[in-house]
Every structure is written in structure tokens, then in C-alpha cells.
Design a protein around this ligand. Structure first.
Ligand SMILES: C[S@@+](CC[C@H](N)C(=O)[O-])C[C@H]1O[C@@H](n2cnc3c(N)ncnc32)[C@H](O)[C@@H]1O
Length: 208
């Protein structure tokens, strides 16, 4: 199952089954709140499908999976004659955000890491928050979304969280402590109804 999800089309299908159609519009209107012209860095962009719900923005997607980046470029990148496939200006890179890769990307209004932090151990996650802070202009925001353990969660939700490909699903306090060294102001929301399946997500909005 895990290796099947590394195939972009199967990953997209699995996300559609889990999240349905309302997920992205709620995420973009309630949490991302991008304006036309916003500069957005999407870390762990996957196949880039968040673009379908964003206004006309300048979008930079990063992912370590070459297959996901290739699928994203095919769908949203610039075609050979220079014509855009999407209303936004989109570029995709197959790379990890590090102290060496962050500065050449420039400054952003919004940094996204959707479904990424629970794939990272504590040290890597803290680095991700530090580099994301570095990538933000003053007044910018980072938004993360991950599965979270809470009290009084049903057995089904707990089993689904345990079965996640990401091996570092945490409780809210643990996610908060990962970003507290880089962001002093963080707002969190726990959502039980963002996905079509029973699942609990933590959305963190970190203010630069
Ligand atoms: C669950 S997927 C989420 C994809 C997309 N953000 C979405 O919401 O559909 C997590 C993605 O993060 C990528 N990833 C994990 N660690 C990463 C890192 N350190 N830098 C960049 N991408 C990473 C994986 O390759 C994978 O595509």
C-alpha cells in the first residue's frame, strides 16, 4: 500500500477518497487565506493539487519525491512554448529545504507544509520550522496540517493515525514544542471533520 501511494495518480486518488472535495476549499478559505499575488512556498507539495483552490499566486513547490514533482510539473508547470498551464506562476523543485537551499528561493508571504511534519523526526521537524521562518518575510505565516492524537479519540481514528505512512504522528503539545523555537506566536485548530473519513487533524498557523 505504502509503495502504491508513491505513484502520483494513486496518491491523488487516495487523497480524493480520504479528503473529498470540500477539504481544499475549507483549508484555503479558513487557514491559508492567500491573496491574489501572494508568494507561496509549499514544502512537501506532493502533486501540487492545492493550486486548484488558490487564487492567482506566485507558487514554488518543493518535494523530495521526483515522481510527485514530475506529475506536478506536467499538470501545472509551463509548457515548452512558454505558455502557462495554470493561472498562477508555478515552479517545482525536487529538493529538501536546508540552510543552503532556503535563501536562493527568496522571501514568501506564506509557507505551507501540509501533511509533512508527521513524516519528520523531532530534529528534522525543528529544522523545517527554522528554515520556513527564514523563508518568510516579516508578517508572513506558516501553515501546517498533520494528523494528531487527542484524548477521547475513537479506536478507528487512532488506528488510522497509527497506519499513516508518516511515523511521527504526535499530540498537539509535541507539535507546538517543535515550532516554538522558531515562532513565538502560534494558533492551533483541531478539526475532526476536515476529511471524509474519521480523522483528526491539527492545523498550526505560525506567525513570523
Ligand atoms: C502526505 S504528503 C502531502 C503532500 C501534499 N502536501 C498534500 O497535502 O497532498 C507528504 C509529502 O511530503 C514530502 N516530504 C516529506 N519530507 C519532506 C522534506 N523534508 N522536504 C520536502 N518534502 C518532503 C513527501 O515526499 C510527500 O510528498
Amino acid at each position: 500500500m505504502r509503495s502504491l501511494l508513491s505513484v502520483p495518480k494513486l496518491y491523488d486518488l487516495a487523497q480524493f477518497v480520504m479528503r473529498g472535495t470540500k477539504y481544499r476549499s475549507r483549508l484555503t478559505s479558513q487557514f491559508i487565506r492567500a491573496s491574489s499575488g501572494s508568494r507561496i512556498l509549499d514544502i512537501g507539495c506532493g502533486t501540487g493539487t492545492i493550486l486548484d483552490s488558490l487564487p492567482e499566486v506566485e507558487y514554488v513547490g518543493l518535494d523530495m519525491s521526483a515522481a510527485y514533482v514530475a506529475a506536478a510539473r506536467k499538470r501545472y508547470g509551463t509548457v515548452e512554448n512558454g505558455a502557462p498551464r495554470h493561472r498562477s506562476q508555478c515552479t517545482f523543485h525536487c529538493l529538501e529545504l536546508t540552510d543552503k537551499t532556503v535563501d536562493p528561493l527568496g522571501k514568501f508571504d506564506i509557507v505551507l507544509a501540509m501533511g509533512v511534519v508527521h513524516h519528520l523526526d523531532d530534529a528534522s521537524a525543528m529544522n523545517l520550522f527554522a528554515y520556513s521562518r527564514q523563508a518568510l518575510r516579516e508578517g508572513g505565516r506558516m501553515i501546517t496540517l498533520d494528523g494528531v492524537y487527542t484524548e477521547n479519540q475513537s479506536r478507528i481514528v487512532k488506528s488510522l493515525l497509527r497506519a499513516d505512512r508518516g511515523k511521527f504522528v504526535r499530540e498537539e503539545s509535541a507539535y507546538r514544542s517543535l515550532c516554538s523555537g522558531s515562532f513565538t506566536s502560534v494558533q492551533t485548530t483541531i478539526a475532526h471533520d476536515l476529511f471524509r473519513i474519521p480523522y483528526t487533524c491539527l492545523i498550526m498557523e505560525c506567525f513570523a
